[in-house]
Design a protein around this ligand. Structure first.
Ligand code: S3P
Length: 425
């Protein structure tokens, strides 16, 4: 579906977001894995989290709603039912990678499949450590489908992540929960730490590397969760507000986990007027309110070690970069090529439509020059974050610019356009 945009001059009001997608996936995992009743408030409305929930239903977990709360009757470590059909992870990398860590510890076979985009994404990164743990897992050229067999007793490992990936880290930690001895995951670059926080896993620091332990001792108990608003969904509205005239937006109850708010730090260094207030905690996760006002942004140097922290926000940060003083450059983010689309290519192709000077590198890109053609047609490449980033860009340039394939926004935020309308004008 193609959507035409006219210029948004100013945005004003308040927004709150459905629960963070990454935290919601994990709350469903750990509630389903625990034995007894858990409750989740403010679960993500995303299609990705629906994929996770549906798979746990296929594994025999019972879900019901009480008012707007999701009630989950967890099956415990070995209580899952053998699935009768393939387990369809849809578009969701988090679902497939975290599940493989759980399924290698079960006494039945299962096959994980996904949509066209997920079927192209690399799975070797998760197969390798799980095989080292004696998991029996097979793939087609390291892509989906993944077939997981019941097998030998799992073995604990000490694993240094070769790629900065919270999904791979979490898969190993989840498998580790089924092993008596400690499994250690070592990260050189800090990635999102929701799994560690939710399971309250012990963490050591050695030579600037973070070492996380998991073992049977930390197997999850039933719990009540409140999921803070999705900070990655808020990023699109933060940038829209900063770049619109006379605009003020207050975002309430949103996740402020420091492994996710790197983009806010960068925007603040770019001169953004962003104030954080009312910080509280729920299930070890910080959340609070963010006040955003129109700002004149300046581009800055983006350091390497913050990249895993901003990995999902690079598309919208590049939109901020187009309107900021000076040129925008980002490197050391080759991981973007393995997301829902090849995001380096998706961003560069779309920005070129505006007549900007765009240089694509193997591990990043740079943007310079002025917008010469404001009535461009952008392509979402079927990727929700590209669709939302370029919808924001289209709202800022107006001039009947359009985005092709906008329906994929529901992968993370089905309310995106409704929320835009609620603060427009
Ligand atoms: C996620 C981790 C990140 C992120 C993805 C969600 C998670 O992926 O890009 O949107 O919930 O663990 P990687 O772990 O592959 O970097």
């Amino acid at each position: 579906m193609k959507k035409l945009f006219s210029k948004i001059k100013s945005v004003k009001g308040e927004l709150s977001f459905a629960g963070d997608k990454s935290i919601s996936h994990r709350a469903i995992f750990f509630s389903s894995m625990s034995k007894g009743k858990s409750r989740i408030q403010n679960l993500s409305l995303s299609e990705d989290v629906k994929s996770t929930k549906k798979i746990f239903e296929q594994l025999g977990v019972k879900f019901s709603y009480h008012n707007s709360e999701l009630i989950i009757e967890g099956k415990g470590k070995t209580g899952f039912n053998a699935p009768k059909n393939f387990l369809d992870c849809g578009n969701s990398g988090t679902t497939v990678r975290l599940l493989s860590g759980l399924l290698i510890a079960q006494n039945f076979s299962s096959t994980l499949i996904g949509d066209e985009s997920l079927s192209k994404r690399p799975m070797q990164r998760v197969i390798e450590p799980l095989q080292l743990m004696c998991g029996k897992i097979e793939s087609t050229n390291s892509n989906l489908p993944l077939t997981i067999f019941p097998g030998n007793k799992l073995k604990n490992i000490e694993y240094t992540l070769p790629v900065a990936s919270a999904q791979v880290k979490s898969a190993v930690l989840i498998a580790g929960l089924h092993i008596q001895d400690d499994t250690k995951v070592i990260e050189k670059f800090i990635t999102r730490d929701h799994t560690e926080r939710m399971l309250a896993l012990p963490i050591e620091n050695r030579d600037n590397h973070k070492i996380i332990l998991s073992s049977e001792k930390y197997y999850p108990e039933p719990k009540d969760y409140f999921i803070p608003g999705d900070v990655s969904s808020s990023a699109f509205f933060i940038v829209l507000t900063l770049l619109s005239e006379n605009s003020v937006v207050l975002i309430r109850d949103v996740s402020l986990n420091p492994t996710r708010t790197g983009f806010i730090e960068i925007l603040k260094h770019m001169n953004a007027k962003i104030l954080i207030d009312n910080v509280r905690y729920s299930s070890n996760e910080p959340y609070g309110d963010i006040l955003v006002k129109s700002s004149d942004l300046k581009n800055i140097v983006i350091e390497n070690d913050i990249i895993p922290n901003i990995i999902d926000e690079i598309p919208i940060l590049s939109v901020a970069g187009v309107f900021a003083e000076g040129s925008f450059e980002i490197r050391n983010c080759k991981e973007l090529r393995y997301k829902e689309s090849d995001r380096i290519k998706s961003i560069c192709e779309n920005l070129k439509m505006l007549g900007l000077e765009v240089q694509e590198y193997d591990d990043g890109f740079s943007i310079d020059g002025e917008i010469k053609n404001a009535s461009a047609t952008f392509n979402s490449f079927g990727d929700h974050r590209i669709a939302m980033a370029f919808s924001v860009l289209a709202m800022l340039v107006g001039n009947n610019s359009s985005v092709e394939g906008i329906e994929c926004v529901s992968i993370s935020n089905p309310k995106f356009f409704e929320q835009v309308e609620s603060i427009n004008g």
